[in-house]
Every structure is written in structure tokens, then in C-alpha cells.
Design a protein around this ligand. Structure first.
Ligand code: IPE
Ligand code: IPE
Ligand code: MG
Ligand code: MG
Ligand code: MG
Length: 326
């Protein structure tokens, strides 16, 4: 057997063992049979809100509206808005009217971050959500502007939310801070780029992941709670839960980059290693990375115990986030 074949067999076996051990570790969690419905209904509600909030492709200037729609409707999982909706439902007991517009605004912010993340100057990716990236189809200038436009449109939608003015202002503060430079999405993206081809320490890596991805996930949960009129104590719990699942989400994104195909992911697999990105599997290995993600979710779910049975959907979603395959 050649050395290469021996190495591949070894890695395949080691990964298979990791999967088996992980299944045993997570077996104590029961995932509600309702989760599939929650995901489908959430995606439907968010897609309708986005359809209403985005200008039609036929409106002048058509090119920018086509570019925005290309990326928004390419088929994302809509996980941030779904977390937002379910946080609001948990706090209010029912889904508050109009919360889909908040979810739609969060998805616009997320999609803007993806369009810019894929640009040649950042990760230089040509596949996203199973489609050619925005700059590949529309050119770099329009892709930059489409990202910018989704960001401004998101804040227009937030300023019109149907909740009390005080909550609206807190929601805008929360989302702008979470996407900004101080422990927010842009700050994380900057450090992510600066850490390429370096060997990062665990602290820097955690900062990158919490900021570039965890912050918007946390804001999705916190703003859902604020929209529903949550108390300070409820907001604190949602923030703590968000910090745990947000970091776990990006750890799993790193793992999927190594373990899944481009077809499965709808984005280029193996990109992190090719760009020598700072990732959890690169620093800790696959098994320890997945263990950290699982432990984070277990700790996050415990924080929600104070909400009683109403927290079950968010707990199920947290488990889904770390078991997803794309
Ligand atoms: C991808 O996020 C980018 C990260 C922050 C890791 P998602 O995995 O939620 O991507 P979509 O929205 O489903 O395309
Ligand atoms: C992207 O992280 C985070 C943001 C878009 C803010 P990645 O660069 O790992 O995301 P993917 O893997 O391209 O989706
Ligand atoms: Mg990136
Ligand atoms: Mg990327
Ligand atoms: Mg990634």
C-alpha cells in the first residue's frame, strides 16, 4: 500500500471513529419532531418578508436590485432569522406580529456579509449557496454596492419595525454593534484576514470566531427577545446562549469545510486550508473541535433552563446547528 493510501485510510478511519464517539455523546439529547416544521415555516415566513422588503428586480436601477436578489434568494438556511423568531416566540409565548421583518433585516445583514466575504479582496470565492457568487455574475463593483445596499435596506426595515420605539432603538443599537468593528462582524473579518498564513493562539482564534460569526447570531437572539418585550434578565440569558451557540456555529463551519464536498456545502470545500485560514480543526484537530462545539451547546442550553419547556425549540435548534451537514 502506498504511503498516500495508508494516510487516507488512517484519516477516514479516525474521522469515522470521531463521528461514532460524537453520536454517543449527543445521544442523551432528544430533538423534537417539530423541528423540521419550525425550519420550513421559518424559511417560508422569512422568504415572504424578504420578497416584500427588497425592491423588485424590475425597479430602476435594475442591475443592483437583480444583484441583491441573486444573493438573497440563492437558498440560504435562514438560521439567524429563525433563531430570532424562536427567541421572540419563547419570550412572548406566541410569535409576535411583524417579527418576520426583523428576521428579514438580519438575513439582509448576513447576506451582505457573505457577498463581501466572497469578494476577490477577501476570500475570493466563486460559489455560494450553490450559485456563482455575486461578483462572478454581476462584477466586483456591483457586488460591493449590493452588499452596501443590503446593509442600508436592513436599517430602513429596522427603523420601521412594529414594536415600541424604545425596543426599536435597542434593536438598531444591538445589530449595528454586532456587525461593527469592536467584537463585531467587521472586526472579526479583519482579524480573520490578518491571521491568514499565521499560527494563531487559541485566544485570537476564539476572538475571530466570536466576532465574525458569533456576534450576529447573538444579536439575532437578543433582538428577537427585545422585540417580544423581554426583561433584562431574559435578554441576559439569550445573550449568553447566543455567545455559546454562535461560537459553536463557526467551529462547525470550519469542520464542514474539511469534511464535506462543495456540492453538499454549496460553497467551495477545502477553502480554509488552501488559504491557510486560522480555523479550529487546524489548531485543535477535528475531534477536539467538535467536542468544544458540543460542550458549548450543552452549556448554552443549560442557560435557557430558566424558561422551562418554552425553551425546547431553541435547544433543538442549537443541537441542529452543530449537527448540520451544510
Ligand atoms: C455561512 O453562514 C457563513 C458563516 C458565518 C459561517 P451559513 O452557514 O448560515 O450560510 P447560509 O446563510 O445558510 O448560506
Ligand atoms: C465568514 O466566515 C463570516 C462572515 C461572512 C462574516 P467564512 O469565510 O468561514 O464563511 P464561509 O465559509 O465563506 O461561508
Ligand atoms: Mg471569510
Ligand atoms: Mg469565506
Ligand atoms: Mg467557512
Amino acid at each position: 500500500m502506498s504511503l498516500w493510501r495508508f494516510k487516507m485510510t488512517y484519516y477516514t478511519l479516525a474521522y469515522w471513529l470521531t463521528i461514532r464517539r460524537r453520536a454517543a455523546r449527543l445521544a442523551c439529547y432528544t430533538s423534537s419532531f417539530m423541528l423540521k416544521d419550525i425550519l420550513e415555516q421559518g424559511q417560508g415566513a422569512i422568504d415572504s418578508a424578504l420578497e416584500r422588503l427588497l425592491p423588485p428586480a424590475t425597479r430602476r436601477p435594475e442591475s443592483i436590485h437583480r444583484a441583491m436578489r441573486h444573493s438573497v434568494f440563492a437558498g440560504g438556511k435562514r438560521l439567524r432569522p429563525i433563531l430570532c423568531l424562536e427567541a421572540a416566540r419563547m419570550v412572548a409565548g406566541v410569535l409576535p406580529a411583524g417579527v418576520e421583518d426583523l428576521g428579514g433585516a438580519l438575513e439582509m445583514l448576513h447576506t451582505y456579509s457573505l457577498i463581501h466575504d466572497d469578494l476577490p479582496a477577501l476570500d475570493n470565492d466563486d460559489l455560494r449557496r450553490g450559485q456563482p457568487t455575486c461578483h462572478v455574475v454581476f462584477g466586483e463593483a456591483l457586488a460591493i454596492l449590493a452588499g452596501d445596499a443590503l446593509q442600508t435596506l436592513a436599517y430602513e426595515a429596522l427603523s420601521r419595525l412594529s414594536c415600541p420605539a424604545e425596543a426599536r432603538i435597542r434593536i438598531i443599537e444591538e445589530t449595528s454593534h454586532a456587525t461593527g468593528t469592536e467584537e463585531g462582524m467587521i472586526g472579526g473579518q479583519v482579524k480573520d484576514l490578518e491571521a491568514e498564513r499565521q499560527v494563531p493562539d487559541a485566544q485570537t482564534l476564539e476572538y475571530i470566531h466570536r466576532s465574525k460569526t458569533g456576534a450576529l447570531i447573538t444579536a439575532s437572539l437578543v433582538t428577537g427577545g427585545l422585540y417580544a418585550g423581554g426583561s433584562e434578565a431574559e435578554t441576559r440569558c439569550l445573550r449568553e446562549f447566543g455567545r455559546s451557540v454562535g461560537l459553536a456555529f463557526q467551529i462547525v463551519d470550519d469542520v464542514l469545510d474539511v469534511t464535506q464536498s462543495s456540492e453538499q456545502l454549496g460553497k467551495t470545500a477545502g477553502k480554509d486550508r488552501a488559504s491557510e485560514k486560522a480555523t479550529y480543526p487546524a489548531l485543535f484537530g477535528l475531534e477536539a473541535s467538535l467536542r468544544q462545539a458540543d460542550d458549548l451547546v450543552a452549556a448554552g442550553c443549560q442557560v435557557l433552563d430558566s424558561f422551562g419547556p418554552r425553551a425546547q425549540t431553541l435547544k433543538d435548534l442549537a443541537l441542529f446547528l452543530i449537527q448540520r451537514k451544510s
